[in-house]
Structure formats: C-alpha cells, structure tokens
Ligand binder design. Structure first.
Ligand SMILES: NC(=O)c1ccc[n+]([C@@H]2O[C@H](COP(=O)([O-])OP(=O)(O)OC[C@H]3O[C@@H](n4cnc5c(N)ncnc54)[C@H](OP(=O)(O)O)[C@@H]3O)[C@@H](O)[C@H]2O)c1
Length: 338
C-alpha cells in the first residue's frame, strides 16, 4: 500500500471518529466526564450501599425520586422538607418499593430558612443513625420574574433559602465529616449556577453563590481527600419547580407550572446524580440539548454564549409576558430534534 493511500485512510478514520463523537455529543444528556463514569466507572449499586444519606427537599420532585432510587440501594435515609405529610407519603412509597425497613427511614421536618433549627436537626440524625455519610443539599426554589418587577424580598428569600440555608446545614454536618475524615456533600445546583437567564436573576445569583462557596470549601478540604464536595448542575428536569417558583412578590405563587413533559425525566436526572456520587465527581452537568451545549459555550466561549442567550432570552421573556411557560419554545425544538 502506498504511503499516500495510507495517509488518506488515516485521515478518513480521524474524520469518522470526529463525526461519531459529534453525533454522540448531540445526543448526550450529561457532561463527558459524567457519561464516561456512567459507562466505565463505579456503579451506584456497588458503592452507595450501607450508607446514611440525608436528603433535603425530599417531599417532591428531584428529592422525592432520589429517595426512591436510594431506597432500592439499601441505604438508611433521612427525608427532610417542610411538608411532613408529603415526607410521610414518600417514606411509605420507599417502604413499599425499596429494600428498606421502617427503622431505616427517618422523617425529619426541616425549614432551610430556619437556620437556628439546623444544629438540632443534625444532632437528631446522628442520634438515630450514628453517622452521616452523604448530605444531599437539594431543597430550593426557582424564580419567574423580571428584575424591574421583583421586590427585594424575593431576592432575600432566594438567598436565605437556596444559599444561606444550604450553607448553614453544611456547616452543621461538616465537623462530623471532618472528625470521621470521610463523607460526601452533594449539592443540587443548576446550569443556572454557571450560565445566566432572564426571569431568574435571583435564582442564578443564589446558585452562582453556592457554586463559589462549595468550590472554595473544596479547596479548604484538600487535606481531607475522603470528604467529597460535589456540585450537581441540572438543566430543565420534570418536577414542581416552576409551580413553586417565586414571582414578583414572596407571597404570590406562579400557580400553574405548565407542561413539563419536554424536560428531562426526573428518574434519568437522579440516576446520573447517583453515578456522580458513586464516582466522587466534583462537578457534573446533567442536561439535554441544547442546554448542555449552552453550558459548554458559557464555560468555554462566553462571547458566543452571550449572543445566543440574548436571542433565546427574548423569546423566554415574550412567552412569560403572554402567560405561557417561559421555556415552552423548547417543546417544539425537542419535537423537531428528538
Ligand atoms: N427541576 C429543575 O428543572 C431543576 C433544574 C436545576 C436545578 N434544580 C434544583 O433541584 C432542587 C430540587 O428542585 P425540584 O426541581 O425537585 O423542585 P420541587 O419539585 O419544587 O421541589 C423542591 C423541594 O424543596 C423543598 N423546599 C422548598 N422550600 C423549602 C424550605 N424553606 N425548607 C426546606 N425545604 C424546602 C420542597 O419541600 P417543601 O415545600 O415540603 O418544604 C421540595 O421538596 C432545587 O435546588 C432546584 O434549584 C431543579
């Protein structure tokens, strides 16, 4: 075979590899490290058994699904949120469908904004199970309002709940993990902790703050390699987040969360969260396209990202002003591309 032909064959192989990888990326629903870990890494079924896992925001959405998937792995569960009857419902379903017994699940009511209660809550978990292996900081609320219309109280509430509430609980659990030299603090952040979006300025701010806090904390824990600080950044996922979002006033609810069916299935998001926990990943992005590509763009090519976000953002605001769910235009985008 001539040298020239060999070179052509080599170039063809490279081109094919690039095309295959591009197609794989266009179909990806997580960042490349996470998907590699899902394919080749440790499985949650091997790694996360016999652990004590405390989940905040366990009364609905992502936290509820997390409780169900964890209960199948044989962990001891602490379920926290404000609505006790919803936590009891989640507990019952965990017992019906999981591998746990009554003694393995503690329902622990908790308001993240009531910071004075966090120390007692931590003591209650330690009294019940003797240790905390994983704290999942999941409880939180989103926002649907423009900066010009939103009262300052809305911004205060988002920082109190999403940021300070999470920091406060983490500070209560951390000394215990430092004493044991092990543990995982897993925080459900958002792609909006990396990128910006209209109608969610206060939510973005709270999630950016959380990412900064946990990235800073991780650097302080360099001498404790057994303590893993993990930021989980999902894109749109099916849950009650829009229904429960803050609006222009703290007392005014969104009411109708609209159609959520075009968003990522909660079960898929949670499965990838478990993969991340099993593989001790420090930050993961869990999002369907085009949100995944947008996150890569914001991280690596911010000028392009601004240009596209401004175009998409206009549509988001138009939808919102006409009473349609802000992200509804992605429904038709997905219908075209799926
Ligand atoms: N769904 C998405 O598209 C998406 C995308 C990116 C990130 N996230 C993040 O995922 C996490 C879970 O949200 P979700 O989508 O599952 O929304 P969700 O269905 O509205 O659930 C939110 C959970 O947070 C709890 N919560 C709210 N206020 C609380 C408070 N003051 N104290 C304690 N718990 C409180 C709620 O329980 P109670 O009302 O009973 O207290 C509920 O269990 C949030 O941190 C959110 O920012 C969601």
């Amino acid at each position: 075979m001539s040298g020239e032909l060999l070179l052509w064959l080599l170039a063809l192989c490279v081109l094919l590899t690039v095309v295959v990888q591009l197609v794989r990326f266009l179909r990806a629903d997580g960042d490349l490290t996470l998907l590699w870990a899902e394919w080749q890494g440790r499985r949650p079924e091997w790694e996360l058994t016999d652990m004590v896992v405390w989940v905040t925001g366990a009364s609905g959405g992502i936290g509820e699904e997390l409780a169900y998937q964890l209960s199948k792995l044989g962990v001891s569960l602490v379920l926290s949120a404000r609505r006790v009857h919803e936590l009891e419902r989640v507990k019952r379903r965990c017992l019906e469908n999981g591998n746990l017994k009554e003694k393995d699940i503690l329902v622990l009511p908790l308001d993240l904004t009531d910071r004075s209660s966090h120390e007692m809550a931590t003591k209650a978990v330690l009294q019940e199970f003797g240790k905390i292996d994983i704290l999942v900081n999941n409880g939180g609320r989103s926002q649907r309002s423009l900066v010009v219309d939103a009262s300052l109280d809305v911004y205060k509430e988002l920082i109190e709940l999403n940021y300070l509430g999470t920091v406060s609980l983490t500070k209560c659990v951390l000394p215990h993990m430092i004493e044991r030299k092990q543990g995982k603090i897993v925080t459900v952040n958002s792609v909006l902790g990396i990128i910006g979006a209209p109608l969610s300025s206060g939510y973005c701010a709270s999630k950016h703050a959380l990412r900064g806090f946990f990235n800073g904390l991780r650097t302080e824990l360099a001498t404790y390699p057994g303590i893993i600080i993990s930021n989980i950044c999902p894109g749109p996922v099916q849950s009650n987040i829009v229904h429960n979002a803050l609006t222009e006033e703290v007392t005014k609810a969104v009411g109708n969360g609209g159609d959520q069916s075009y968003k990522m299935a909660t079960s898929r998001c949670v499965r990838l969260m478990l993969v991340s926990m099993a593989n001790d990943l420090k930050e993961v992005w869990i999002a369907d396209q085009p949100f995944l590509s947008m996150t890569y763009l914001w991280q690596y090519m911010p000028t392009w990202a601004w240009w596209i976000t401004n175009k998409v953002g206009k549509k988001r605001i138009e939808n919102f002003k006409s009473g349609v769910e802000a992200d509804a235009y992605f429904k038709s985008w997905r219908a075209k591309h799926d």
